[in-house]
Design a protein around this ligand. Sequence first.
Ligand code: SF4
Ligand code: SF4
Length: 142
Amino acid sequence: MPTDVLNEILARVQQVYDWLAEAIGALNPVCRACGTCCDFENYGHRLYITTPEMLYFLHHLPLDFRVMTDGVCPYRENGLCGVYLYRFAACRIFTCTSDPRRQHQLSEEAIRRFKELCVQYDLPYRYIDLKYALSRPELWLA
Ligand code: SF4
Ligand code: SF4
């Protein structure tokens, strides 16, 4: 992909994250950063990501891609997110103490924007379970 096109896509993803930061801030989420919800298996929930988010993530990732081998996100470090600035929209939106209905609305809108990006830039649209996405590097690093 040409660098200028990639940069445009990355900037558009950043815009979505900026919009999310404002929208999530309005919810006043309370998170004690315990990292429990990054253990998908034990917490019992699933988060989903899209292609543009993974492009953004891989571009900024300050370390090697870590493969998820169990139910715990491999980027969780001592309970905290080791890729906090580049984490996925679902990671930004989910808080165990916030209104699930509003979180669902924000997720839907974020997904709509990412899907629109895929159409505009002719990217293959993927909406995929984060656990699956991190356990299959061949999907992204081929
Ligand atoms: S990317 Fe960060 S916030 Fe998202 S599941 Fe992994 S450790 Fe948790
Ligand atoms: S959202 Fe809840 S479970 Fe997840 S890190 Fe914050 S306090 Fe812990």
